[in-house]
Write a protein that binds this ligand. Structure first.
Ligand SMILES: Nc1ncnc2c1ncn2[C@@H]1O[C@H](COP(=O)(O)OP(=O)(O)OP(=O)(O)O)[C@@H](O)[C@H]1O
Ligand SMILES: [Mg+2]
Length: 238
Protein backbone atom coordinates (compact mmCIF):
# COMPACT_ATOMS: atom_id res chain seq x y z
CA UNK A 1 0.00 0.00 0.00
CA UNK A 2 2.77 2.50 0.88
CA UNK A 3 1.85 6.15 1.40
CA UNK A 4 -1.54 7.09 -0.04
CA UNK A 5 -1.37 10.89 0.20
CA UNK A 6 1.50 13.28 0.76
CA UNK A 7 0.44 16.76 1.82
CA UNK A 8 2.98 19.56 2.18
CA UNK A 9 2.18 22.34 4.66
CA UNK A 10 3.98 25.31 3.22
CA UNK A 11 4.49 29.05 2.93
CA UNK A 12 7.31 31.28 1.81
CA UNK A 13 6.72 33.45 4.89
CA UNK A 14 8.41 32.48 8.15
CA UNK A 15 6.48 32.25 11.38
CA UNK A 16 2.95 32.08 9.94
CA UNK A 17 2.28 28.78 11.68
CA UNK A 18 3.27 25.98 9.26
CA UNK A 19 4.70 23.75 12.00
CA UNK A 20 1.83 24.45 14.39
CA UNK A 21 -0.80 23.72 11.74
CA UNK A 22 1.05 20.61 10.57
CA UNK A 23 1.24 19.16 14.12
CA UNK A 24 -2.41 19.94 14.86
CA UNK A 25 -3.70 18.63 11.56
CA UNK A 26 -1.68 15.44 11.83
CA UNK A 27 -3.05 14.91 15.36
CA UNK A 28 -6.59 15.46 14.17
CA UNK A 29 -6.19 13.09 11.23
CA UNK A 30 -4.53 10.46 13.45
CA UNK A 31 -7.88 9.90 15.20
CA UNK A 32 -9.17 8.22 12.04
CA UNK A 33 -6.18 7.53 9.81
CA UNK A 34 -2.62 6.24 9.78
CA UNK A 35 -0.53 9.38 9.73
CA UNK A 36 3.13 10.38 9.47
CA UNK A 37 5.00 13.68 9.66
CA UNK A 38 8.22 14.41 7.83
CA UNK A 39 9.87 17.54 9.17
CA UNK A 40 11.57 18.97 6.08
CA UNK A 41 12.82 22.04 7.94
CA UNK A 42 16.41 20.81 8.05
CA UNK A 43 17.88 24.09 9.38
CA UNK A 44 15.25 24.54 12.08
CA UNK A 45 13.28 21.36 12.76
CA UNK A 46 10.39 21.81 15.19
CA UNK A 47 8.15 18.75 15.17
CA UNK A 48 10.29 16.79 17.67
CA UNK A 49 9.94 19.77 20.02
CA UNK A 50 6.18 20.14 19.51
CA UNK A 51 5.62 16.42 20.20
CA UNK A 52 7.92 16.44 23.26
CA UNK A 53 10.31 13.81 21.87
CA UNK A 54 13.38 16.00 21.81
CA UNK A 55 15.79 13.30 22.94
CA UNK A 56 14.42 10.39 20.93
CA UNK A 57 16.60 8.68 18.35
CA UNK A 58 15.09 6.66 15.49
CA UNK A 59 16.24 3.05 15.56
CA UNK A 60 18.57 2.35 12.63
CA UNK A 61 18.08 -0.97 10.83
CA UNK A 62 19.90 -2.40 7.86
CA UNK A 63 17.41 -3.73 5.36
CA UNK A 64 18.77 -5.33 2.14
CA UNK A 65 22.17 -3.79 2.86
CA UNK A 66 20.61 -0.33 3.11
CA UNK A 67 20.58 1.70 6.33
CA UNK A 68 17.08 2.77 7.24
CA UNK A 69 15.37 4.63 10.07
CA UNK A 70 12.38 3.53 12.07
CA UNK A 71 10.24 6.66 12.61
CA UNK A 72 9.45 7.72 16.17
CA UNK A 73 5.88 6.77 17.04
CA UNK A 74 4.25 9.42 19.18
CA UNK A 75 0.52 9.60 19.88
CA UNK A 76 -0.20 7.31 16.96
CA UNK A 77 1.82 9.48 14.54
CA UNK A 78 4.99 8.31 12.80
CA UNK A 79 7.52 11.11 12.90
CA UNK A 80 10.95 11.64 11.40
CA UNK A 81 13.02 14.76 11.49
CA UNK A 82 16.64 15.87 11.12
CA UNK A 83 16.13 17.03 14.70
CA UNK A 84 16.47 13.37 15.79
CA UNK A 85 19.44 12.55 13.66
CA UNK A 86 21.88 15.44 13.70
CA UNK A 87 23.50 17.32 16.54
CA UNK A 88 21.51 20.44 17.19
CA UNK A 89 23.60 22.94 15.24
CA UNK A 90 25.27 20.74 12.66
CA UNK A 91 23.00 21.42 9.68
CA UNK A 92 22.81 25.14 10.34
CA UNK A 93 25.37 26.08 7.70
CA UNK A 94 24.80 23.38 5.09
CA UNK A 95 24.76 24.47 1.48
CA UNK A 96 21.90 23.67 -0.86
CA UNK A 97 23.07 20.25 -2.16
CA UNK A 98 23.59 18.88 1.37
CA UNK A 99 20.19 20.16 2.41
CA UNK A 100 18.55 18.56 -0.62
CA UNK A 101 20.36 15.26 0.01
CA UNK A 102 19.22 15.28 3.65
CA UNK A 103 15.56 15.82 2.76
CA UNK A 104 15.65 13.06 0.14
CA UNK A 105 17.33 10.61 2.52
CA UNK A 106 14.96 11.41 5.34
CA UNK A 107 12.02 10.55 3.11
CA UNK A 108 13.52 7.52 1.31
CA UNK A 109 15.38 5.89 4.19
CA UNK A 110 12.52 6.08 6.70
CA UNK A 111 10.46 2.93 7.04
CA UNK A 112 7.10 4.71 6.98
CA UNK A 113 5.07 1.53 6.52
CA UNK A 114 1.55 1.96 5.20
CA UNK A 115 0.23 5.47 5.75
CA UNK A 116 -3.00 7.17 4.74
CA UNK A 117 -1.38 10.61 5.04
CA UNK A 118 2.16 11.87 5.26
CA UNK A 119 2.26 15.55 6.22
CA UNK A 120 5.41 17.48 5.35
CA UNK A 121 6.33 20.43 7.53
CA UNK A 122 8.08 22.74 5.05
CA UNK A 123 10.62 25.41 5.95
CA UNK A 124 10.00 29.04 5.03
CA UNK A 125 11.27 30.22 1.65
CA UNK A 126 11.09 29.14 -1.97
CA UNK A 127 14.58 27.68 -2.43
CA UNK A 128 16.35 24.32 -2.49
CA UNK A 129 14.11 22.58 0.03
CA UNK A 130 11.07 23.29 -2.14
CA UNK A 131 12.74 22.14 -5.34
CA UNK A 132 13.87 18.91 -3.66
CA UNK A 133 10.50 18.18 -2.11
CA UNK A 134 8.82 18.84 -5.47
CA UNK A 135 11.17 16.65 -7.50
CA UNK A 136 11.99 13.87 -5.04
CA UNK A 137 9.03 13.59 -2.70
CA UNK A 138 6.36 14.75 -5.13
CA UNK A 139 3.59 15.75 -2.71
CA UNK A 140 0.10 15.08 -4.01
CA UNK A 141 -1.08 18.40 -2.67
CA UNK A 142 -0.05 21.53 -0.85
CA UNK A 143 -1.72 23.54 1.88
CA UNK A 144 -0.60 27.16 2.05
CA UNK A 145 -0.59 28.75 5.49
CA UNK A 146 -0.93 32.51 5.67
CA UNK A 147 -1.91 35.32 7.96
CA UNK A 148 -3.70 38.46 6.82
CA UNK A 149 -0.69 40.76 7.03
CA UNK A 150 0.33 42.50 3.80
CA UNK A 151 3.70 40.79 3.95
CA UNK A 152 2.25 37.31 4.39
CA UNK A 153 -0.15 37.88 1.51
CA UNK A 154 2.72 38.89 -0.80
CA UNK A 155 4.79 35.87 0.25
CA UNK A 156 1.82 33.57 -0.22
CA UNK A 157 1.45 34.89 -3.76
CA UNK A 158 5.11 33.94 -4.31
CA UNK A 159 4.47 30.44 -2.93
CA UNK A 160 1.43 30.09 -5.17
CA UNK A 161 3.44 31.08 -8.28
CA UNK A 162 6.17 28.61 -7.32
CA UNK A 163 3.80 25.66 -6.86
CA UNK A 164 2.09 26.52 -10.14
CA UNK A 165 5.50 26.34 -11.83
CA UNK A 166 6.32 23.09 -10.05
CA UNK A 167 2.91 21.74 -11.10
CA UNK A 168 1.92 20.66 -7.59
CA UNK A 169 -1.79 21.12 -6.95
CA UNK A 170 -2.72 23.50 -4.14
CA UNK A 171 -5.68 22.52 -1.98
CA UNK A 172 -6.11 26.05 -0.69
CA UNK A 173 -5.26 28.42 2.14
CA UNK A 174 -5.26 28.18 5.90
CA UNK A 175 -5.87 31.56 7.44
CA UNK A 176 -3.94 31.48 10.71
CA UNK A 177 -3.99 33.91 13.63
CA UNK A 178 -6.13 36.56 11.94
CA UNK A 179 -8.29 36.67 15.08
CA UNK A 180 -7.75 35.85 18.73
CA UNK A 181 -9.84 34.04 21.29
CA UNK A 182 -8.81 34.57 24.89
CA UNK A 183 -9.35 32.01 27.67
CA UNK A 184 -12.84 32.13 29.26
CA UNK A 185 -14.24 34.20 26.43
CA UNK A 186 -16.00 33.40 23.18
CA UNK A 187 -15.31 36.83 21.75
CA UNK A 188 -13.32 36.91 18.51
CA UNK A 189 -10.85 39.81 18.41
CA UNK A 190 -9.59 40.72 14.94
CA UNK A 191 -5.79 40.86 14.81
CA UNK A 192 -5.39 42.28 11.31
CA UNK A 193 -7.35 44.69 9.18
CA UNK A 194 -9.65 42.22 7.51
CA UNK A 195 -8.45 41.18 4.05
CA UNK A 196 -10.40 38.97 1.71
CA UNK A 197 -7.72 36.33 1.24
CA UNK A 198 -9.60 34.54 -1.53
CA UNK A 199 -9.69 37.74 -3.60
CA UNK A 200 -6.12 38.72 -2.73
CA UNK A 201 -4.53 35.33 -3.39
CA UNK A 202 -6.98 33.56 -5.65
CA UNK A 203 -7.21 30.32 -3.65
CA UNK A 204 -9.98 28.96 -1.47
CA UNK A 205 -9.73 29.47 2.31
CA UNK A 206 -10.19 25.97 3.73
CA UNK A 207 -10.14 27.01 7.35
CA UNK A 208 -9.49 29.91 9.72
CA UNK A 209 -7.56 29.08 12.86
CA UNK A 210 -7.56 31.64 15.69
CA UNK A 211 -4.59 32.74 17.74
CA UNK A 212 -5.07 31.14 21.14
CA UNK A 213 -2.96 30.36 24.18
CA UNK A 214 -3.52 26.62 23.72
CA UNK A 215 -2.34 26.67 20.12
CA UNK A 216 0.76 28.61 21.14
CA UNK A 217 1.57 25.73 23.50
CA UNK A 218 0.78 22.66 21.42
CA UNK A 219 -0.18 19.70 23.57
CA UNK A 220 0.31 16.43 21.67
CA UNK A 221 -2.19 14.67 23.97
CA UNK A 222 -5.09 16.96 23.20
CA UNK A 223 -6.41 17.89 19.77
CA UNK A 224 -7.78 21.29 19.12
CA UNK A 225 -11.42 21.45 18.03
CA UNK A 226 -10.56 24.50 15.90
CA UNK A 227 -9.24 22.01 13.35
CA UNK A 228 -12.51 20.15 12.91
CA UNK A 229 -13.93 22.32 10.07
CA UNK A 230 -10.61 22.17 8.25
CA UNK A 231 -10.42 18.40 8.73
CA UNK A 232 -13.97 17.99 7.35
CA UNK A 233 -13.08 20.15 4.37
CA UNK A 234 -9.86 18.22 3.71
CA UNK A 235 -11.27 14.72 3.87
CA UNK A 236 -13.71 15.73 1.14
CA UNK A 237 -10.92 16.72 -1.25
CA UNK A 238 -8.01 14.37 -0.45
N1 LIG B 1 -2.96 29.64 15.89
C1 LIG B 1 -1.97 29.99 16.70
N2 LIG B 1 -2.24 30.48 17.94
C2 LIG B 1 -1.24 30.87 18.77
N3 LIG B 1 0.05 30.82 18.45
C3 LIG B 1 0.37 30.33 17.25
C4 LIG B 1 -0.60 29.89 16.31
N4 LIG B 1 0.02 29.48 15.18
C5 LIG B 1 1.34 29.63 15.41
N5 LIG B 1 1.55 30.15 16.64
C6 LIG B 1 2.84 30.52 17.24
O1 LIG B 1 3.51 31.38 16.31
C7 LIG B 1 4.90 31.06 16.25
C8 LIG B 1 5.26 30.61 14.82
O2 LIG B 1 4.58 29.41 14.56
P1 LIG B 1 5.27 28.22 13.78
O3 LIG B 1 6.63 27.95 14.30
O4 LIG B 1 4.29 27.12 13.73
O5 LIG B 1 5.40 28.93 12.35
P2 LIG B 1 6.23 28.44 11.08
O6 LIG B 1 5.54 29.00 9.91
O7 LIG B 1 6.38 26.96 11.13
O8 LIG B 1 7.63 29.14 11.33
P3 LIG B 1 8.98 28.87 10.50
O9 LIG B 1 8.80 29.59 9.21
O10 LIG B 1 10.04 29.46 11.37
O11 LIG B 1 9.10 27.39 10.31
C9 LIG B 1 5.14 29.96 17.28
O12 LIG B 1 5.57 30.56 18.47
C10 LIG B 1 3.75 29.32 17.47
O13 LIG B 1 3.57 28.78 18.75
MG1 LIG C 1 8.13 25.77 11.01
Amino acid sequence: MGIKQIIAVASAKGGVGKSTICANLASYFAKDFKVGILDADIYGPNQHILFDVLDSKPEVKTIDGQKSFMPIKVNNIFLNSMGFILDKDKAAMWRGPMLSGAIKQLKDLTQWGDLDYLFIDMPPGTGDAYLTVASEIKPNQVLLVTSQSKLAVQDTLKSKAMFEKLKIPMLGLIDNMSYSIYPNSDEQILEFPSINLEDAIGLKVLGSIPRTKDLANFNPNKFSTFFEPLYNELIKVT
